[in-house]
Design a binder for this molecule. Structure first.
Ligand code: C2E
Ligand code: MG
Ligand code: MG
Ligand code: MG
Length: 281
C-alpha cells in the first residue's frame, strides 16, 4: 500500500524479482541433485550424408527429466549449469556416457563414424579439458577418430590464444573438432583458417527462410562456400523439409541433421532407427 508512485513501482518490482530468483535457485538445487538421482540422460540425433541418405553418426544431446519439474529444456538448464559451474561435472558425465555409448555401438557392429558431443565454452576453457577428453577415450576405448567435439564459435573467438592451444592439444589426441552454431557469432576468418578444424555446423536459424527467401538462400550459399573454401566439412542443422535438403545439396552442402530425418531419441530408439535405415541386403 505504498503512497508514492516510486514506492508503488518498487513494491511491485521486488516480489517479481525475488520470485524469479527463488525459482532459479530451486532449479539449480534440483540440477545439483539430478546427476545423483539419475535424472540426466542423453538422446542421439542422426548426422546424415545428404546425397546418399546414409547415417554417418549421431550428436549426443542432454536431457533432464526432473522428478519435481518434469522435462526441462536444455535451453533452460544448460545456461543454469554454466552459471553455477555445474556444467563441469555434468559435461564430464556427458562425455564419458557418450563415448561409452559410441563404443558399445561399434562393438555391436554399427558403423557410427562420428559421435558428436557438445562442449560448453566453460568446459572448453577449463584447464582440464584435454585430460578429460583423453581420460574418456581411454576409459571407454572409443577410437579418438570417432569422437567429434562441438565447440561454439563464441567459445573459440573470445579467447583466441588459449583456444588455439587447446584445439591443437585436442587434435593431438586424434579427435575431430566442429564449430557449432556457426554464423551466430563473430568469426575471425584468419583464425578459422589457422585453427585445426574439421567441420562447420551452420546454425539452424539460417535455414528458417530457405528456400523461399532469396536473401536467406544467398546467406546460406555464402556460408557453405566459406566452409568448403576453408577445406572443412559443412553440415546444416535444423533441416525440416525436403525442399531445404534439396537446396543444400544443390549448393554442395553434403551433411545435415534435422527433424526431416529424425528427432533426437534415446539410445535404444537410435539403434532401431539405425537398423531400419540400412539397405536390405
Ligand atoms: P545444439 O548443439 O545446436 O544442438 C542442436 C539443437 O537443435 C538440439 O536442440 C536439437 O534438438 C535441435 N534440432 C535438431 N534438428 C532440428 C530441427 O529440424 N528443427 C529444430 N527446430 N530444431 C532441431 P536441444 O536438444 O534442445 O539442445 C539445445 C542446445 O542445448 C544445443 O544446441 C546445445 O547448445 C545445448 N546442449 C544440449 N546438450 C548439451 C550437452 O550435452 N552439453 C552442452 N554443453 N550443451 C548441450
Ligand atoms: Mg551441437
Ligand atoms: Mg551446441
Ligand atoms: Mg548448433
Amino acid at each position: 500500500r505504498a503512497k508514492s508512485k516510486g514506492r508503488n513501482t518498487f513494491s511491485h518490482y521486488v516480489p517479481a524479482l525475488t520470485e524469479k530468483a527463488r525459482e532459479r535457485f530451486e532449479l539449480e538445487r534440483a540440477l545439483r541433485e539430478a546427476m545423483a538421482m539419475e535424472e540426466l540422460s542423453l538422446h542421439y540425433q542422426p548426422l546424415m550424408e545428404l546425397d546418399t541418405g546414409r547415417c554417418l553418426g549421431a550428436e549426443a544431446l542432454l536431457r533432464w527429466n526432473s522428478h519435481r519439474h518434469g522435462q526441462v529444456a536444455p535451453g533452460t538448464f544448460v545456461p543454469l549449469a554454466e552459471d553455477s559451474g555445474l556444467i563441469v561435472p555434468i559435461g564430464s558425465w556427458v562425455l564419458h556416457q557418450a563415448c561409452r555409448q559410441g563404443k558399445l555401438w561399434l562393438d555391436a557392429g554399427m558403423n557410427v563414424q562420428t559421435l558428436a558431443v557438445n562442449i560448453s565454452p566453460i568446459q572448453f576453457m577449463h584447464q582440464d579439458i584435454v585430460r578429460l577428453v583423453a581420460g574418456a577415450l581411454q576409459s571407454t576405448g572409443l577410437p579418438p577418430s570417432r569422437l567429434e567435439l562441438e565447440i561454439t564459435e563464441g567459445a573459440l573467438m573470445s579467447h583466441i590464444d588459449q583456444a588455439g592451444h587447446t584445439l591443437h592439444a585436442l587434435k593431438q589426441l586424434g579427435v575431430r573438432i566442429a564449430v557449432d552454431d556457426f554464423g551466430t557469432g563473430y568469426s575471425s576468418l584468419a583464425y578459422l583458417r589457422r585453427f585445426p578444424l574439421d567441420k562447420l555446423k551452420i546454425d539452424k536459424s539460417f535455414l528458417v527462410g530457405v528456400p523461399e527467401d532469396t536473401g536467406e538462400c544467398q546467406l546460406v550459399r555464402t556460408v557453405v562456400d566459406l566452409g568448403r573454401n576453408l577445406g572443412l566439412e559443412v553440415l546444416a542443422e535444423g533441416i525440416e523439409t525436403a525442399a531445404q535438403r534439396c537446396f543444400l545439396q544443390s549448393e554442395g552442402c553434403h551433411h545435415g541433421q534435422g527433424y526431416l530425418f529424425a528427432r533426437p531419441m534415446p539410445a535404444e530408439h537410435f539403434v532401431c532407427w539405425y537398423q531400419a535405415q540400412l539397405p536390405v541386403s
